[in-house]
Design a protein around this ligand. Structure first.
Ligand SMILES: Nc1ncnc2c1ncn2[C@@H]1O[C@H](COP(=O)(O)OP(=O)(O)OP(=O)(O)O)[C@@H](O)[C@H]1O
Length: 592
């Protein structure tokens, strides 16, 4: 942090707000030092006030600086981020709070301005000469509805007034508005498409907006998910995906923020100032007849979906709703049917499964399951379907419910070109263009419905059991601030982790989970906050997947991408390794 360049405005003579005189300098190691002059108080009153408020040296470590705030042309405070830790089970969370010095006054307004800008540039401008431009997309209804207040009370004052960053605030007006806003941004790493510039100008209500260096989502995971759709819909998506994204936790779950170490809004702001990013995988998800979604957090089904979508009416509770939903699932104890095939990374096999004579994966190797959920509206357990016929019934029911309407508006559905190679899901060429899908493209067609066995699939694919208590595919470690559902996961390793608690075969092929399964599900619930459940052998299994095919065969639940419901149709997922950049905390580390 040492700075050898001459700083003509230093040392700067100042007075503290209590009237003591002193000077501000920089130490050789880059720390900001305020040193009071001896006997600098104003006569007897200064001496007395010195007793009450000792006029001491203040040393602000350069490594912790975030900037300075100019309150008037001649008054300013110096700000830094104080590191502290909190602990959840075995996880140590590195966090920051924002602190500021006493208020300094100087008649030399030019020097004050120069010092403030110097400190901001050195601390928070990512080594640039001019401040980065942050586009903040704020969802006013996420979480308990306090995102906009947090933005105005905590985030904006620090980012704009202390760090000196350029911040453009866009408040979402409706569902999917975040996608529209991202499509319209003029990104510094995107093309200067007229559409982008015009959109940004319109969105901000001003003239031409400067190019955006970071897209910051102030809300929950759903807000970022919607923004991600917009990013990949841009004609310049190949360049645009290089623009880092940040998740400021103001939603209910905030799994992405947690997975990046942004535990609270202030820690997120400090992380923006530090500007550390990591490459993260994003998965393309294809759904017939022509929809393509992008997600970077999770695909969940059954109990994990129900505890999220089934508790939307409890949104006012914040994250507590997920725990209550999970508990309810355990009490009800239900198993869910689906069909799932995974393609593990080369050299890695899926969990060994018993096979019957015709190559179908059996369920004998898996152990009991857990539990479940709040049923989708109008669904009863009796409507749960176990076969392909049931799947189409479920799909029909869901298409009435989810309708795909929101998504189809976003990603206009195209009619499949046909059964290319025999799959009614079509071929990848029938879906919107985007990042290449070599694994799915190598299939003769996207099978719809999914086959009963591996026989028609190329070598390498594996089949998982078809009845689960818990099933989720995760990219990141956290699903919510208090749910480390994927301990040890790596969000840039090119594979997603499929966690499953499968039915036990025979006696447990019905819809009810056994007592043993409920007990294991309870272990998951109790140990999910820090991921401790994974240390108990046999509670859940995990399989890595570069691609997967999934079909819902139970109408009593939902399929959910990054916390957002998608139509009840087969989905085909392929991971794009490290395709996007995510802002992470300064001390970010993915734990084993
Ligand atoms: N102005 C708005 N009015 C109504 N809904 C909106 C508006 N802006 C965004 N939304 C919707 O709000 C929903 C919830 O947002 P988000 O997912 O960010 O919060 P959350 O569900 O509380 O958090 P998490 O996903 O982390 O659990 C999203 O599905 C989004 O479509």
């Amino acid at each position: 942090m040492a700075d050898s360049s001459p700083l003509p405005f230093l040392p700067l003579e100042v007075k503290t707000h209590s009237g003591h005189a002193g000077c501000i300098t920089l130490t050789p190691t880059g720390d900001v030092l305020y040193s009071p002059h001896p006997s600098s108080g104003r006569g007897i009153f200064g001496w007395l006030s010195g007793l009450v408020r000792p006029n001491k040296k203040q040393l602000i470590p350069g490594a912790h600086l975030i900037g300075a705030k100019l309150e008037t042309p001649c008054r300013f405070t110096v700000w830094w981020a104080q590191p502290y830790t909190s602990r959840t089970g075995c996880v140590t969370k590195h966090r920051f709070k924002a602190c500021h010095s006493t208020r300094f006054e100087t008649p030399d307004t030019v020097a004050a301005q120069a010092l403030v800008e110097y400190l901001r540039r050195r601390a928070s401008w990512w080594g640039r000469a001019s401040p980065p431009h942050v586009a903040a997309i704020v969802n006013p209804v996420s979480g308990k509805g306090s995102a906009q207040r947090l933005m105005e009370a905590q985030v904006l004052p620090l980012l704009r007034d202390v760090a000196g960053l350029r911040v453009t605030v866009h408040v979402t007006q409706a569902r999917m508005h975040a996608a529209e806003l991202v499509r319209g941004l003029n990104l510094s790493c995107g093309s200067s498409a007229a559409e982008g510039a015009a959109g940004a100008a319109a969105a901000s209500g001003s003239g031409a907006a400067p190019p955006v260096d970071l897209i910051m989502f102030v809300g929950g995971d759903g807000t970022l998910y919607e923004g991600l759709q917009g990013l990949f819909q841009r004609p310049d998506w190949e360049a645009a995906v290089q623009c880092p994204m940040a998740a400021v936790p103001c939603g209910s779950g905030n799994g992405l923020a947690a997975s990046a170490g942004l535990w609270d809004p202030v820690t997120a702001v400090v992380s923006v100032c530090r500007g550390r990013t990591e490459a993260v995988d994003v998965a393309s998800v294809l759904q017939p007849p022509g929809n393509r979604f992008y997600c970077l957090l999770s695909v969940v089904y059954g109990s994990m979906a129900n505890l999220d979508i089934g508790t939307q009416h409890l949104r006012w509770m914040g994250e507590l709703r997920f725990h209550l939903g999970g508990l309810w699932e355990i009490i009800r104890g239900r198993l869910y049917n689906c069909r799932i095939f995974v393609l593990p990374p080369a050299g890695e096999g899926a969990e060994p499964l018993a096979r019957d004579g015709n190559g179908t994966a059996g369920t004998g190797a898996a152990s009991p399951q857990a539990v479940v959920i709040t049923l989708p509206q109008g669904a009863t357990e009796d409507t749960a379907a176990g076969g392909a016929g049931g799947a189409s019934g479920a799909a029909a029911a869901s298409s009435g419910k989810a309708g795909g309407g929101m998504h189809e508006r976003l990603l206009p559905a195209r009619q499949s070109a046909g059964n290319a190679g025999g799959g009614a899901g079509g071929h990848v060429s029938d879906y919107p263009a985007g990042p290449p899908l070599p694994l799915l493209a190598s299939l003769p067609g996207l099978p719809h419905p999914l086959p009963d066995s591996l026989d028609s699939l190329p070598a390498g694919w594996q089949q998982l059991p078809d009845s689960f208590a818990i099933l989720g595919a995760y990219n990141t470690q956290y699903l919510a601030l208090g749910a480390r559902a994927n301990p040890g996961g790596r969000m840039g390793d090119g594979a997603w982790d499929v966690w499953h608690m499968a039915a036990d075969g025979g006696a447990h092929r019905g819809k009810r989970a056994s007592g043993g399964v409920r007990a294991r599900a309870l272990k998951v619930l109790l140990g999910i906050e820090d991921g401790g459940f994974a240390k108990s052998p046999g509670v859940m299994r995990t399989t890595k997947a570069r691609a997967l095919m999934f079909e819902q065969r139970d109408s009593a639940t939902w399929t959910v991408l990054d916390g957002e419901e998608v139509p009840n149709l087969p989905l085909y997922l392929e991971v794009h390794q490290g395709i996007c950049r995510l802002l992470v905390a300064p001390l970010f580390e993915e734990l084993d």
